[in-house]
Design a protein around this ligand. Sequence first.
Ligand code: PMP
Length: 334
Amino acid sequence: MVHESIADCIGKTPVVALSRLFDGGDVSVHAKLELLNPGGSVKDRPAKYIIEQGLRDGSIPPGGHLVESTSGNLGVALAMLCRVYGLRLTCVVDPNISRTNLQIMRCFGAGVDMVQEKDSHGGYLETRIRRVKSLLKTLPDGVWVNQYANARNWHSHYHGEGEELIGELPEAPDYLVAGVSTSGTILGVSRRLRERFPALQVVAVDALGSVLFGRSEGRRRLPGIGASRVPELLVREEVDEVIYVSDLESCQGCLDLLASEGIFAGGSSGSVIAAIRKLIPQVPRASRILTLLPDRGDRYLDLVYSAEWRASLEERYRPPNAEWAGTSRETVIV
Ligand code: PMP
């Protein structure tokens, strides 16, 4: 089958059983490999959906100029798709952006606008949003993607992974375990799956130091998961449980996934692996757990896959259960 463009290669990602990593018990763990999307991550889905729907309803004009505050996977996905659809893109980033992501965005021809000034919280989030708004005033055909508030973000996962999974799962899943940042993935997938499987338990995986579920802000160094502001999209009542993981636990999850399954994945994939380790001792026998692995490991060579970087984390974080044996769902920042 010949596809129309790279955009049409997004989705229809495979589901694999993580039976080597989680062996020995009667709990099954299935993972949808979102890391196999052509832009390298699950964010290809909202990027495609937002652009295609926007072009269809005219909210994005032909040849228009997208603006977004992103230093990660969404920026790369938008940059890829703007090439396909003949749009321009400016990503507003800050000095914390990884060199790899900056280079990838530039390779795709995206404009990169780096803010320098910190906001009143000592971060760059507010400065970035201010910059997006001021840029939009200067661009007559400018459109703000606004992933934290744009309902098309969760719609893309509802019609995407959610819809696909209905036909792909051999049996009804009991638990959906998903990493959270904008919350688009977990809400979109769970809303579709719950229509078919109403008893599904939805477990969010958040980074220690993230404010999404009401905890106070702390230092987080792993990109992709967690947030320092609560997205407009998030509906906490739809989440049954939150499992927190430290950066170090996420790294260990990545190393385990690589060693046992040969899957080279990004930091938040390690986060869900670590969370599932904490969940398994508490679920009924023969439970079926479903998760998503959001991105590939290549962009984390200097982070997760660098022993030096992991050692720099160990100075800050001390998980109480180095062996994962405990049932504690929280890890303390020391
Ligand atoms: N993992 C990775 C690697 C991501 O880039 C993202 C999106 N920032 C997420 C997980 C979380 O997805 P969402 O924004 O849909 O909650």
